[in-house]
Ligand binder design. Structure first.
Ligand SMILES: CC(C)(COP(=O)(O)OP(=O)(O)OC[C@H]1O[C@@H](n2cnc3c(N)ncnc32)[C@H](O)[C@@H]1OP(=O)(O)O)[C@@H](O)C(=O)NCCC(=O)NCCS
Length: 176
């Protein structure tokens, strides 16, 4: 069982999305076309809503949650979220990148093509500007991404769309 109703609300998942075995998706969660939610993620839309845009990926073991009537979580299109990330009550705009093992806290915004490095902690209300790379705990601006960096990050997200199709075709557990 992967998709769970909460308080009468069932997750809405695009037919082309890939939800890997072991992922748990609860309540007011919307997942867009060709998005992928990898093995053992938890997306808990109980006290606010969670949306995941088209072609975005949330990698293995990540947790996405919200804060009661205050902070929903919006993950826009073509976003990459690395393994074991903690995404809480924040907005990640299109082509945003969250490195593996990172934490994004309430009220944060990662603007388009913004990047949070692996192992970072973005503290409440911080904003990563367009094309900025932040790193560390607490995270600080490290540098501005080059055009090559941005292209590499975008290619990473696009690669996950293809990888998800392969997993979807070969995983043994039924979807839904
Ligand atoms: C931040 C990152 C992009 C490297 O950036 P970079 O500018 O190429 O950094 P470099 O490797 O040249 O290192 C420069 C300095 O930053 C430090 N640094 C590198 N990565 C860091 C990180 N994640 N957090 C904190 N400091 C980091 C290095 O130790 C080095 O410090 P020094 O100058 O004191 O020796 C990379 O570490 C990263 O986080 N990539 C994300 C990978 C990922 O999560 N993928 C998702 C799964 S697919």
């Amino acid at each position: 069982m992967t998709l769970h109703s909460f308080a009468g609300i069932h997750p809405t998942v695009a037919p082309s999305a890939f939800i890997a075995p072991g992922a748990q998706i609860i309540g007011a969660v919307t997942i867009g076309d060709d998005a992928s939610i990898w093995y053992n993620c938890v997306l808990r839309g109980d006290v606010e809503t969670i949306s995941v845009g088209a072609r975005s990926n949330i990698q293995d073991g990540s947790v996405v949650h919200v804060t009661t009537r205050r902070w929903k979580t919006e993950i826009h299109d073509d976003v990459l979220i690395g393994h074991l990330a903690m995404i809480h009550g924040c907005i990640i705009e299109s082509h945003g990148f969250v490195g593996l093992g990172s934490i994004v806290m309430d009220g944060c915004v990662i603007e388009s093509d913004g990047m949070l490095a692996a192992g970072a902690m973005l503290t409440p209300g911080k904003r990563i500007g367009r094309g900025e790379l932040w790193a560390g705990r607490p995270a600080k601006l490290l540098r501005h991404l080059s055009a090559d960096d941005i292209a590499r990050n975008r290619a990473g997200a696009a690669g996950y769309v293809e990888l998800a199709k392969l997993h979807r075709a070969t995983t043994t557990e039924p979807q839904g």
